[in-house]
Design a protein around this ligand. Structure first.
Ligand code: SER
Length: 340
């Protein structure tokens, strides 16, 4: 008998940690966790099996296909935007070919189980590309269908994989005589920048905000690589995890799209600095602008209009900036570094 599980790739990452803790609280959920590195201690106890390996390793995926009955896949493994600019071909391999391998695995599982397999894919505001700061100001909170001209390899990868997932969900084998739509139930969220109190992102271009917070709490000086007026949307990691669980639990007939964007608050770097300063005794935060990374952040929208997510699956962020700081970020980040 194959073991029924849900598969999480990139399990050791920022989002993997939060999602494994969130999913392990749901009933009847055995998690199979996959990561390049050995599974970190704090999630080991929450999973049925941990596998160390690469999403590009076809033999490994074939082994998972024979040993497990995979009911849903949360495919989180990816190279983030700054890292991807330094190694664009590797990023393409991991972000696109890796995703294609997982989509294929999901469809093979659906065929053998005779039921749709749910697939969650975290996308990003990096799928958008706005050409000038004037245009960004004018555009304000954009909709899902505007400005889809990414300026980074990561953004291109995410946009294409959204489309692959949507294609496999809605049109795969459309010319075959035995065509029946829907081996896959593909759902995706374009996340804004994410802020966690207990983990730091690696290789992202929205990292200036989490880096400010984590350096401030440790009493370390930090210079933001974008200027004080720079704004993109952000959200706390717990809100992001809750969004994934809510979207994945929503009835399919309520969903009018495969891909949604969501938002919670959108401070400028300067506003964030001012907001966190009173919580720490000796804050030393400044700016040392990296023109190239600034240009990437400038191409991302100032905010997004998340009416579709609010209407279709009742999305609503728990935290605005003030409550995010008071109720989650500040107490948890202080606790986290006290324990270290
Ligand atoms: N946080 C991502 C990055 O900076 C964007 O979604 O790459």
């Amino acid at each position: 008998m194959r073991k029924p599980v849900i598969l999480i790739t990139g399990a050791n990452g920022e989002m993997g940690h939060g999602l494994i803790h969130g999913l392990s609280k749901e009933k009847n959920t055995d998690i199979l966790a996959l990561d390049l590195e050995p599974l970190s201690k704090d999630i080991k106890d929450n999973v049925l099996d941990g596998v160390q390996g690469d999403i590009l390793d076809i033999k490994l995926l074939e082994m998972l296909n024979t040993e497990y009955e995979i009911r849903a896949i949360y495919h989180l493994a990816a190279l983030l935007s700054t890292r991807a600019e330094f190694s664009p071909m590797i990023a393409h391999d991991v972000n696109v070919n890796g995703t294609l391998n997982l989509l294929k695995l999901a469809m093979e599982q659906a065929q053998s189980q005779g039921e749709k397999v749910k697939f969650f894919f975290p996308s990003s505001i990096a799928v958008y590309g706005i050409n000038s700061i004037e245009e960004k100001e004018k555009a304000g909170a954009i909709s899902e269908t505007e400005y889809l001209s990414p300026q980074t390899m990561y953004g291109c990868n995410k946009l294409y994989c959204e489309q692959l997932g949507t294609y496999f969900s809605n049109h795969y084998q459309q010319l075959s005589a035995t065509y029946s739509p829907g081996l896959l139930d593909f759902r995706s969220i374009r996340f804004p920048g994410l802020i966690s109190a207990i983990t730091m992102p690696t290789g992202g271009t929205s990292d200036f905000i989490p880096e400010m917070l984590h350096n401030a709490v440790q009493g370390k000086s930090y210079n933001s690589f974008v200027d004080a007026d720079t704004a993109i949307p952000f959200m706390t990691m717990p809100d992001a995890i809750r969004a994934i669980l809510e979207l994945m639990n929503a009835p399919q007939k309520k969903l009018n799209r495969n891909v949604y964007h969501i938002s919670a608050f959108a401070p400028t770097a300067g506003e964030f600095k001012t907001a966190i300063a009173p919580y720490f005794s000796n804050v030393n935060l400044g700016y040392d602008i990296n023109g190239k990374r600034q240009k990437i952040v400038n191409s991302w929208p100032k905010d997004v209009n998340d009416t579709s997510a609010r209407n279709d699956w009742n999305w609503s962020p728990k935290h605005n900036l003030k409550s995010a700081l008071n109720e989650y970020l500040i107490p948890c980040v202080k606790e986290f570094y006290k324990k270290k």
